[in-house]
Design a protein around this ligand. Structure first.
Ligand SMILES: [Zn+2]
Length: 151
């Protein structure tokens, strides 16, 4: 079996916002175009949503609620776009997907964090696909801290 890149990332504890029993929530430091964009990743190597246990689904529901409540509290997000894609794991054989969600908080107004402005120019429409916005380290730390304050 080819090494799983997602399992490797999980070992590094990068930009973790919080953990539950079965899921890790971490900020997507490579793209904060949608403020608070994060990954929610299964802690075990599981390759398909249909293979999640009932307990993992229940835990996921709690994680979604906890994350959404915190990001609403921190930045006033209106809604959340959740997507489970895993296409990158199928670019070479043997395919080796690992269940994770991309979550993009959506906003109807501009938000400023540590002096940086975030605007959701597509609000009310599908999220833009080709975004990439890194932020200053102090801004990243402030985003994580602000969300954690509402956990
Ligand atoms: Zn994995």
């Amino acid at each position: 079996m080819r090494n799983c890149e997602v399992c490797e990332v999980l070992k590094k504890d990068l930009d973790v916002i919080f953990d539950s029993k079965h899921w890790r929530v971490s900020l997507d430091a490579t793209d904060q175009y949608y403020l608070g964009r994060s990954f929610v990743t299964a802690k075990r190597h599981v390759d398909d949503l249909a293979e999640l246990s009932k307990e993992e689904w229940e835990d996921l529901r709690s994680v979604m609620k906890k994350f959404e409540t915190a990001v609403r509290g921190a930045f006033g997000a209106i809604l959340f776009n959740w997507s489970c894609l895993m296409n990158g794991s199928c670019q070479e054989k043997p395919y080796n997907p690992h269940v994770h969600w991309h979550v993009r908080p959506r906003y109807d107004k501009k938000v400023i964090v540590a002096g940086e402005e975030f605007a959701d120019n597509e609000f009310g429409h599908h999220y833009a696909r080709s975004t990439s916005r890194t932020v200053e380290p102090k801004t990243k730390a402030e985003i994580i801290k602000s969300i954690q304050k509402f956990l």
